[in-house]
Every structure is written in C-alpha cells, then in structure tokens.
Design a protein around this ligand. Structure first.
Ligand code: BG6
Ligand code: MG
Length: 213
C-alpha cells in the first residue's frame, strides 16, 4: 500500500493518554500551596514544555522570588504529586481510538514512535501496557532542549532510521507542532492544538489520522 509517511511520531501526554489532566492537577496543587494564581489559560502554555520550563511559566505570577534550589524543590514536589496520580493510571486512560489507530497504522506498515518531553514516559507506557509496543521511544530523559526545539522528534526519527520528511508528528501542543515543523516533519494537530495554524492536518479524533497517512 502507498504510504505518504513512513513513520508516525506521537506525543504522549494528551495524545495517547489523558495524563495532561494529571499534570494540570499536580501543578494546581503546587500553585495553591504557594498561593500563586494558576488557571487553564496558563496551563495551556505548559503543554509540551519541560518540567522546569513549566515551573518558570507558573512562577511568572509569583509574588516572591525563588532560589534555584527552591525551584528544584518545587519541581520535585509537583512531580511527586504527579507520580502519585500516575499510580492510578491504567490502559483505560488511553484516549478514545488510540489502540485501534495504532494497530491500523502497524498493519499498513508504518513505523510508530513516541516523542515526548516527559521524563515519566517509561512509567506511563508501562502502566498503560504499551512498553515495548513502539518501534522507538524518545523522551525527556534523552534530550537537552524541549519542544518547540525539534530535538526529541529528530531523536525519534533517528532511532527509527527514517528521514524527517517522511515523518508525521501528532501533537496536542502548539509547541510540539512548531517543533515538528522546525525539524522538517509534517504535523497533525489534535485537541487543544487543533486550530494551530502551523499544522498540516487538523484531527477531530485520532482515527482521522488514517485519512492522511
Ligand atoms: C509534556 C507535557 O509531555 O511533558 C508537559 O505536555 C510536561 O506538560 C512535560 O511538563 C514534562 O513532563 P514530566 O513528566 O517530565 O514532568
Ligand atoms: Mg501533549
């Protein structure tokens, strides 16, 4: 069968699994403890961005200055809450249509990969039963620069051995769409990124991907 894209690289949080809600809950708790204003609009800017960069965005609203050591402590505190929430994660937390779409892509001969800024990627894949399922995984543990830098997607493409122009990235974050385009890849936007102008495709649901690949 003719393939427009040899490889499909998926963001994880908010594309494969609903952990984007857990990030929001954990940051909300930290912001509340520190008496820092936090809301969905601010949360939108955290999508696709590393933990420490997310913290810097949250601290824009803080009335006190935090030292580097205090910032590390805050990020660690948020991550502990987040990891606690991940304890309840199961395959049932995968977003609708994910399992069928992934298996249809494999049947059509596409390579599939994860490209996520999250250092918790291995534990999440384990909990939802997808450890070892993808042809390659690139995550926050293997990169220096998070989205919108293309590093994580280029790492995933390199691990697959597929040139960037033959890769399609699926993202729910504007930063991720921009990263894909900067890396020379096509981008399909879903969820909160759906109206992102830089995206090549807008997906109403993940199954729509099968129309474009
Ligand atoms: C991304 C999320 O996938 O991972 C961001 O969209 C998050 O919101 C980032 O900050 C880093 O995640 P973690 O699990 O390493 O704190
Ligand atoms: Mg995401």
């Amino acid at each position: 069968m003719d393939r427009r894209y040899e490889a499909i690289i998926f963001d994880l949080d908010g594309v494969i699994v609903s952990t984007d809600r857990y990030h929001f809950l954990a940051w909300s708790q930290l912001a509340w403890q520190e008496r820092i204003e936090f809301n969905e609009e601010i949360n939108h800017r955290l999508r696709g961005v590393s933990r420490m960069e997310s913290l810097e965005i949250i601290l824009e609203k803080a009335s006190k200055r935090y030292t580097p050591v205090e910032k590390l402590e805050l990020a660690e505190r948020k991550n502990e809450v987040y990891r606690g929430l991940l304890g309840d994660l199961t395959a049932g937390d995968m977003l609708p249509g994910v399992v069928d779409t992934l298996s249809a892509l494999r049947e059509r001969g596409h390579k599939i990969a994860i490209g996520s800024s999250s250092k918790n990627t291995p534990v999440i894949l384990e909990r939802i039963g997808l450890s070892g399922y993808f042809d390659a995984v690139a995550d926050g543990n293997g990169i220096k620069h998070s989205k919108p830098d293309p590093e994580v997607f280029l790492l995933a493409a390199g691990r697959l051995g597929i040139p960037p122009e033959q890769c399609l990235v699926v993202e729910d974050a504007e930063a991720g769409v921009v990263a894909a385009k900067r890396g020379g890849m096509a981008a399909a936007a879903i969820g909160e990124a759906r109206n992102c102008k830089e995206a090549d495709y807008s997906l109403g649901s993940i199954a729509d991907l099968l129309l474009y690949v």
